[in-house]
Design a protein around this ligand. Structure first.
Ligand SMILES: C[S@@+](CC[C@H](N)C(=O)[O-])C[C@H]1O[C@@H](n2cnc3c(N)ncnc32)[C@H](O)[C@@H]1O
Length: 257
């Protein structure tokens, strides 16, 4: 019965390429006995849209050959960051070493910002991980001739898969988790703590970001996210924290022994 409903939910094209696990997690949140099947379908789709596909516009997917910058400006999340990419990547990478491996988890279309690494003279290998299959395909086809850019269609809830991806490869490893932690928390409270505890020792540094103003209305909002700040300062080595273009970034690494 539940399988049938999940199948129905995924019949909408927008959700057809989401990992089964993520659709199930959202469905579980909604699946209470007092709701009708129609309500469950509608409410699950509404929450899926909020977490995963709100930025997925038809325009973004239909256009075949535009340049990287065109894509970055079409997605609400990267559009805001656009004027700051060079400064941001300089701040994050600085003098981290010769060969950098970036794992961008819940990347959306941030893979299109790859040219900014090159522009700043960094030798970066970029790996994007994203649950929305359409966004993965779009970027894969764009970068099909580049050996330095790759994408995985996976869920961040599949910790074994993420572990496998991050363990592969050599160089200075940096994880990006830009504007994605809140989505994980909606579905599983404290999952981000579990995730960071597992992941941080595997890499040289982790960069978390949060929006500090509403993407739609541009209004500044106050959300200091004390829980995650406390968790980071108690468990990791806080490297740097800064605001840039409506986004707050926290850089940290494993605690020195
Ligand atoms: C607000 S967007 C941010 C995109 C990108 N990190 C950026 O800042 O440009 C959040 C992205 O995380 C993805 N996402 C959310 N939960 C995820 C999960 N459990 N596994 C993989 N991707 C996820 C969404 O599909 C969406 O593309």
């Amino acid at each position: 019965m539940e399988e049938e409903l999940i199948k129905k939910i995924k019949q909408k094209k927008e959700f057809s390429m989401l990992p089964e696990k993520d659709v199930e997690l959202v469905f579980e949140k909604i699946n209470t006995p007092f709701r009708t099947d129609e309500e469950k379908i509608k409410m699950t789709r509404d929450l899926l849209r909020k977490i995963y596909t709100v930025f997925l516009s038809n325009k973004l997917l239909k256009i075949k050959r535009k340049n990287f910058y065109w894509f970055l400006k079409k997605h609400l999340s990267t559009r805001e960051r656009f004027p700051y990419y060079s400064e941001l990547y300089r701040k994050i990478i600085g003098n981290s070493g010769e060969k950098i491996k970036i794992y961008d988890l819940g990347c959306g279309i941030n893979g299109f910002s790859f040219p900014f690494f090159k522009k700043e003279g960094f030798n970066v290998e970029y790996v994007g991980v994203e649950a929305v299959g359409q966004l993965v395909d779009l970027q894969k086809s764009f970068f099909k001739n580049s050996k330095k850019v790759s994408f995985f269609h996976e869920s961040l809830f599949d910790i074994n898969k993420i572990d496998e991806i991050v363990k592969k490869g050599k160089g200075t490893k940096i994880v990006f988790l830009f504007k994605v932690i809140d989505s994980l928390e909606v579905l599983e409270r404290n999952y981000s703590k579990k995730f960071l505890t597992h992941l941080t020792p595997l890499v040289d540094k982790v960069v978390l970001s949060f929006a500090t103003r509403s993407i739609q209305s541009k209004k500044k909002f106050f959300a200091n996210r004390k829980w995650i700040r406390d968790f980071i300062s108690d468990n990791f080595n806080l490297v740097e924290e800064f605001d840039l273009g409506g986004e707050n970034y926290i850089i940290f690494s494993e605690k020195d022994l």
